[in-house]
Design a binder for this molecule. Structure first.
Ligand SMILES: [Zn+2]
Length: 512
């Protein structure tokens, strides 16, 4: 079926219309004779699904809800970092893998970043390649194709990222708005949080309780400094995008809602990881903008592997002391050949069962887990959602198409959402991930719409859901529009975002 319509866009549109007509038997009621807006949108999707450009156009306009797996440092494109480096008077190194560096620039090994694109387009282009996976040719012998290139980009733009928190928030909102994404959960650590981990890693004794006690005296000041940093970054993002003033624009970047996830660097020594984790929990409990806690870094790093179970026990320990803090944990971002088989057998399970993760980031190696069927059943029962990052998994792990476990999760009834991971480094956008889900994973319009709705249902936005059954039944207060629904939406940021998505879907589907 897939191949038969390839290359015949006009014919496909005709076939789609024909199918819609066939779906309305003669003598049916007038309601059945005119398909719903959703059915017309689905027919349009079916008509263009084999025409990449037309499908891209369709999906670009489609509302997409939330991006629940997004890293603040991974969202800007290399060109963004190079522009900020120019404005900040920083330099670009001229070696084999150019990087952004602090000044002074010597004009030889470190040249000024300002106007580099006009002055030296060749170096500028090499810098873009070094700060992203653009033009990267995977080593055919490597177990994980773009893994090293991907992770090494972060240190090459770090000098710009650490000083541009506000600008990074702004581009995150800009890219989300362009993609029809209205909510982003971005993993980000205030500099003060990381500094706390650096200063307090020495407090680790190997005993959770004793180490936790030793960390307490410094936490309040860290929380206060982190909040002030985010206040300043948000003010700067608003200034850059003209969001300030009495009436905040109801559309565009200013209308994108951001939630933050402070995170633990799993490749760091245990004392660093525990201090950072304790700080992340304290911040998430104190400031509602920090909606959950995550854990990052390459999962196959020797320290990440050696300390995996210890990290999960640390999460369990801190969750018991901060029961309201939600966890979305990177787990199972691994594949056969990258690590010994034993390391593929338990990471997702421990993230769910030991740490109590509410969402799993990636979950690529699920089919290698011991007791995978029982684990899938538990995730389906407990509504533990998986954040699916199709391009990232392809670039970093070489896992795509039929190798990817998206279908396995869906078949098991585990909730899934599509997300970008590091859109700037991977040089993608959210629309591209929907396109891959359609073309490589076979998802249809209604499947994608359900995923978009789930991206808000499983978001860590506070408040009750708009739905008793997502996409089917609304809560009693909102069965009909009116004062009781307005009051409900005013109380629940989650339901308000869900209502915005429904309104966006109505407008989108009316266009067909
Ligand atoms: Zn990630």
């Amino acid at each position: 079926m897939a191949g038969s319509r390839r290359g015949f866009g006009g014919l496909a549109i005709y076939a789609g219309a024909l199918l819609a007509m066939v779906g309305s038997p003669a003598g049916a009621s007038p309601a059945a004779a005119s398909p719903t807006p959703e059915a017309r949108a689905a027919a349009r999707f079916d008509a263009v699904v084999h025409d990449r450009a037309a499908l891209r156009l369709f999906l670009r306009g489609m509302p997409k809800g939330g991006d629940l797996h997004n890293h603040l440092w991974g969202a800007p494109y290399a060109e963004d970092f190079l522009a900020w480096a120019g404005a900040d008077g920083q330099c670009v190194t001229t070696g084999a893998q150019p990087a952004i560096a602090d000044g002074p620039c010597d004009g030889k090994d470190k040249v000024a970043a300002r106007d580099l694109g006009r002055r030296d387009p060749a170096l500028y282009n090499r810098a873009i390649n070094a700060l992203s996976v653009r033009n990267y040719t995977p080593d055919p012998a490597a177990a994980a194709s773009g893994h090293d290139q991907f992770f090494s980009t972060f240190e090459r733009f770090a000098a710009s990222a650490v000083r541009n928190g506000g600008a990074m928030l702004a581009v995150t909102r800009e890219y989300a708005a362009g993609d029809g994404v209205l909510y982003v959960e971005s993993s980000t650590n205030p500099n003060a949080l990381r500094a706390f981990a650096v200063d307090h890693q020495k407090d680790w004794t190997g005993d959770l309780e004793a180490s936790f006690k030793a960390l307490q005296p410094g936490l309040a000041a860290m929380v206060e400094a982190s909040r002030r940093e985010m206040d300043a970054d948000e003010r700067e993002a608003d200034r850059l995008q003209g969001c300030g003033g009495a009436a905040r624009p109801a559309a565009g970047p200013c209308a994108v809602v951001l939630g933050y996830q402070p995170f633990v660097e799993r490749a760091q020594p245990a004392g660093f990881a525990f201090a950072q984790m304790a700080a992340a929990f304290a911040l998430a409990e104190a400031d509602p903008r920090f909606v959950g806690v995550n854990i990052v870094n390459p999962e196959d790093d020797p320290t990440s592997l050696a300390d995996y179970s210890l990290h999960m026990r640390m999460f369990r320990f801190l969750s018991a002391r901060h029961p309201k803090v939600k966890l979305a944990l990177h787990a199972g971002e691994l594949t056969l050949g990258l690590v010994p088989p034993r390391d593929l057998t338990f990471h997702i399970r421990e993230a769910v069962e030991t740490a109590g993760a509410r969402r799993i980031g990636h979950g690529v190696d699920i089919a290698y887990e011991d007791g995978a069927q029982a684990l899938l059943a538990r995730m389906a029962r407990d509504r533990v959602a998986v954040e699916i990052n199709l391009t990232s998994n392809d670039v970093i792990l070489g896992v795509k198409g039929a190798e990817h476990p998206l279908a396995l999760y869906r078949k098991a009834g585990v909730p899934v959402v599509l997300s970008t991971d590091d859109e700037g480094v991977s040089r993608i956008d959210m629309t591209n991930e929907y396109l891959r889900a359609a073309t490589e994973q076979g998802l249809g319009y209604r499947d994608l719409k359900a995923l978009a709705r789930d991206s808000l249902e499983y978001a860590f936005l506070p408040g009750d859901s708009l739905w008793t059954s997502v996409g089917r039944a609304r809560v009693a207060a909102c069965v009909k529009p009116g004062a009781s629904c307005d009051a409900f939406l005013a109380r629940s940021p989650k339901a308000a975002a869900q209502q915005r998505l429904e309104t966006a879907f109505e407008a989108f589907e009316r266009g067909f």
